[in-house]
Design a binder for this molecule. Structure first.
Ligand code: GDP
Length: 203
């Protein structure tokens, strides 16, 4: 399987140009700096496919990466990188533009097959993450990726995971939930995450 950059979309109607056949899309969301672009790059075995939120440009847009077998022209689906949220310095205007792009995308997009929410394992869920979880459709499959697990011991990581699974925003979801310990640095959790995405693409 490979991934290639497919398109940048600044307005939702442009998605129909990027994905004309309505193939499954899996959205990657999370606070800035949570490790989202490192995760996408690790999943796709590429160094600089997705850009870090610290990279200027390309940030207030959805970036689509087509994923599929090497020799097949038609991809299986798209990974959709959304702008990171939660910068303390974000202006009201930047917050509105995030909401009208990424927010509307996650609540209205028909082709959306699942959400991958990235959370720094040392930080756990923040109020912004909880807010997001309350307004994305409850039936949408969720993969909660606990990033930077190399910063904790295995035992500590399992404890965080356990605590998180008991949070009401997670327990109250109707759709399937996978909470995955992950590290882009030592590639912990990469195979189960790939498998989960394959399942989302096939559903
Ligand atoms: P984004 O803003 O969510 O796209 O986050 P980035 O992927 O750019 O990562 C933010 C920072 O965390 C960078 O300094 C990365 O090097 C670091 N980082 C990302 N993933 C990992 C990881 O798995 N382990 C460690 N130790 N650091 C990571």
């Amino acid at each position: 399987t490979t991934a290639r950059f497919a398109d940048t979309v600044a307005k939702l109607p442009q998605l129909n140009r990027a994905n004309p056949h309505g193939l499954p899309e899996v959205a990657f969301v999370g606070r800035s700096n949570a490790g989202k672009s490192s995760c996408i790059n690790a999943l796709c075995n590429q160094k600089r496919l997705a850009f870090s939120s610290r990279t200027p440009g390309r940030t207030q847009a959805l970036n689509l990466f087509a994923v599929g077998p090497v020799k097949q022209p038609e991809p299986l689906g798209f990974l959709v990188d959304t702008p990171g949220y939660g910068f303390a310095t974000a202006s009201p205007e930047a917050k509105r533009s995030w909401q009208s792009l990424a927010g509307d995308y996650m609540t209205r997009r028909q082709a959306l097959s699942g959400i991958v929410l990235m959370v720094d394992i040392r930080r756990g869920l923040t109020d912004l993450d909880r807010q997001l979880l309350t307004w994305i459709p409850g039936t949408l499959p969720l993969v909660l990726v606990l990033t930077k697990a190399d910063k904790l011991s295995r035992q500590q990581a399992l404890e965080v995971r356990c605590k998180l699974c008991r949070e009401s925003v997670i327990q109250n979801r109707e759709g399937p939930v996978l909470v995955q310990i992950f590290s882009a640095l030592n590639r912990t959790g990469i195979d189960p995450l790939r498998e989960a995405i394959d399942i989302l693409f096939a559903s």
